[in-house]
Design a protein around this ligand. Sequence first.
Ligand SMILES: Nc1ncnc2c1ncn2[C@@H]1O[C@H](COP(=O)(O)OP(=O)(O)OP(=O)(O)O)[C@@H](O)[C@H]1O
Ligand SMILES: C[C@@](O)(CCOP(=O)(O)OP(=O)(O)O)CC(=O)O
Length: 386
Amino acid sequence: MQKVTCIAPVNIAVIKYWGKSDEDLVLPLNDSLSGTLSTDFMCAKTTISTSPALEVNKFWLNGIEQSFENERLLNCLKEVKRRANQTLPHLNWNISICSENNFPTAAGLASSAAGYACLVSALAALYEIEGDISAIARRGSGSACRSVYGGWVQWCKGASPTGEDSIAKQIAPASHWPQMRVLILVVNDERKKYSSTSGMKRSVETSELLQYRATKIVPQRIEAITKAIINKDFQAFAQITMEDSNQFHAVCLDTFPPCVYMNDTSHAIVDVVHAYNDFKKSNKVAYTFDAGPNACLYLLDSEVEEVLSVIDYVFPPVVNSEGYLKGIPLSKKAITEELKAVFEAKRQNFGALKYVIHTRIGDGPKTLTNPEDHLVDEMGLPKKMC
Ligand SMILES: Nc1ncnc2c1ncn2[C@@H]1O[C@H](COP(=O)(O)OP(=O)(O)OP(=O)(O)O)[C@@H](O)[C@H]1O
Ligand SMILES: C[C@@](O)(CCOP(=O)(O)OP(=O)(O)O)CC(=O)O
């Protein structure tokens, strides 16, 4: 039996992908750009095993068996095999895929991005394919193509009808802006009501604003935010990030019937970030929201303790809640009297935030070589099953 295990990161877009020009090939209407988050705290992990003795293909996600008849998964498998050396002895053996996310799945926290980047990385290692694999990961989930690289990554929409040039490229490595930090404010970690896939399909069908955004707004924004990242200009980076998140959710509301992803707590977070930046007289923190109520805050390490003191004050955690602050350890700082006065009227009920993940920009997928890391046993069955 041959086994390969990989881990892959989540990415959070600062210029959002929303809308396809081709559903099957997963071709986007516009370029997008994201930061890849460290795998130290959030990642997908996938083991693929193969043996001539496996009678059927199998797929487990988070310990639960899934149907293998999943078009996106089959497209990824077909593409990897097409690029493999056709004389590989194990090319036609059945496979067992076992994957786990160490963060909530399908809750708007980019699990499909990490999941498909991980699947394709493991398949590429198993079938020894070389070169760019982002176009293959894209067939699993569009945003997954950006998780194939670390640091700051642009997904270029491409021009070819075959999708061969719709690929991701790294614009700067994680080491380029080491001060950058990310706070994920988890408002709700349950499965979301409607997927990004169906939401964006409806936007393409009904939103005129989406067409305007894709053709008239995004190209300049990609250029401007790339410049801001290269120059480590947080002021401009934050401005564009917030504007793009707001425009993406405006498109969601312009969709008919509308896709409502943000909730009252999300809007309260937006309000707190603007009040903080106003108080500081410059952009010190930027929010961005994907297809769910959870916020992702980009900020520099010098601001983290103070911003967290404000977050804790406005959204008080349930007392003694264990594991509330996950990720990079922090010594909590009490809010200053001056900030208390600014935020007193904005205070929310206890428990509006479930937990916070403190993380940073990180590298792309990795292959793990320690046999202990494999998620399956000698029979190709998950070591952990639900
Ligand atoms: N580790 C994984 N391996 C393979 N597939 C996965 C994995 N994790 C998630 N997926 C697939 O992605 C689906 C969830 O995608 P969905 O877009 O609904 O949520 P999300 O990625 O968490 O949110 P968003 O893309 O809006 O940030 C799962 O139902 C599953 O099909
Ligand atoms: C809001 C987003 O997170 C949308 C992600 O959409 P998906 O990549 O999950 O959609 P599919 O290609 O249909 O699988 C924005 C982004 O990540 O750019």
